[in-house]
Design a protein around this ligand. Structure first.
Ligand code: SF4
Length: 393
């Protein structure tokens, strides 16, 4: 579920800094390796960046997103976390269901892990949901059930990095803090002609510097709009593969456009091939048509979600089956394999289906392994590929 629309590069890195906007440098830069000029500011002739962006936002920006009405700190925070790695269009229904069940931060804190994960299931990157839940509980314990209004206390909460904290402060309270998600990195790298993969600390530092510098151009009353404008502009105008340079209101000052570097910036990550892993899963059905589901451990992939009993090898799965289930393991039928890309590897999961099995005598349902009727599946947190598999039965 890559963020083509919002284009986030992932939960941002916490950088505990609360510096004021940087001063603007009084010279124009050409494209150069970031390390050679790591703290360059912005040029005087291009200080209308924010004004042009805001004018564009007034005509073309997104003004009716559900988290904008009302734009409370809790709703802004929730939307920012959901939008990491995920498109706006995908997030909207999840956001609406989530706030319908957990309308306030204390409601979220009081929810069970199962309920929170069930409302997140399908959005992926489940550490976000666990961090959100833990952060809500900490806010109840330490901040009277509210999000704290300050960069450092926000950064101390699980799952909130510098960009997310800046987005919350700017959008919920109109405070002058920069953001630097994937879209903003792309726009700034192109507009300022900043070379180098943004994952390199020196390049990221330079992007933060220019992001901060632009805040000095933003009218105080428009900080929330400016923040949204940057996101929208990257998502719809200065897109990764088809930037609309011909109609761009920022074209006059754009170094990438001037130098013919639009396709080359931002510099892509040096090539990296995901390792491949294999695993097997058992889709077991009893005489009543119920399915045996197992809850994943609280850390690791698909943490705390309900999924099929799974093992890395046939021998491991056979051994588990022999201890838990009464049936003929060798009669299991292979189903079409599932290929799922995690951030750090690609999983090839081979489901094996076996019907009319039963628990071994003395093996009953427990907190981490139980038989589940089809009607109950919707209320459980299941990884998206497993839910698709079960829906296809
Ligand atoms: S001119 Fe093109 S590359 Fe430059 S900011 Fe506009 S859309 Fe992006």
């Amino acid at each position: 579920m890559a963020g083509a629309s919002r284009g986030r590069t992932g939960p941002d890195t916490a950088v505990p800094s609360d510096r004021p906007p940087a001063q603007t440098a009084r010279r124009r830069r050409s494209v150069a390796p970031a390390a050679a000029e790591p703290c360059a500011g912005i040029a005087p002739s291009t200080r209308d960046f924010a004004a042009r962006l805001l004018a564009w936002f007034d005509r073309h920006g997104r003004h009716d997103l559900p988290w904008q009405h009302p734009r409370t700190p809790y709703r802004v925070w929730l939307s920012e976390v959901m939008l990491q790695q995920t498109q706006v269009a995908t997030v909207i229904p999840y956001f609406q269901r989530f706030v319908a069940r957990f309308p306030t931060l204390p409601d979220l804190a009081a929810g069970s892990t199962d309920e929170v994960m069930a409302h997140w299931a399908g959005l992926g990157y489940y550490a976000r949901a666990r961090n959100l839940h833990a952060a809500a509980r900490r806010c109840v314990a330490l901040h009277g059930g509210e999000l704290p209004r300050g960069l450092d206390p926000l950064l101390s909460l699980p799952g909130i990095g510098r960009s997310t904290a800046g987005a919350i402060l700017a959008q919920a309270w109109g405070e002058p803090f920069p953001i630097l998600d994937g879209n903003v990195k792309r726009v700034l790298a192109r507009w300022h002609g900043i070379d180098g993969w943004p994952g390199v600390p020196a390049v990221e530092k330079r992007l933060w510097t220019v992001a901060e510098a632009h805040l000095a151009e933003v009218p105080a009353a428009r900080m929330a709009d400016y923040t949204q404008a940057q996101m929208d502009f990257g998502a719809t105008q200065c897109t990764r593969s088809a930037p609309a340079c011909l109609t761009c209101p920022l074209g006059a000052g754009c170094i990438a456009l001037r130098e013919g570097l639009v396709d080359a910036l931002p510099t892509p990550r040096p090539g990296k091939r995901l390792p491949e892993r294999e695993a097997l899963a058992l889709l077991l059905e009893n005489a009543r048509g119920e399915l045996l589901l197992q809850r994943r451990p609280p850390v690791g992939i698909w943490a705390s979600l309900w999924t099929l009993p799974q093992a890395d090898s046939d021998a491991q799965l056979r051994e588990w089956f022999a201890g838990e289930v009464d049936g003929d393991y060798d009669a299991a039928e292979a189903m079409p394999p599932i290929v799922h890309a995690f951030s750090h590897y690609r999983l090839h999961l081979q489901p094996l289906r076996l019907r009319m099995v039963a628990p071994r005598p003395g093996v009953g349902d427990n907190a981490d392994l139980r038989w589940v009727g089809r009607a109950e599946l919707a209320s459980l947190g299941l990884p998206a590929p497993i839910r698709r598999l079960l829906d296809s039965l």
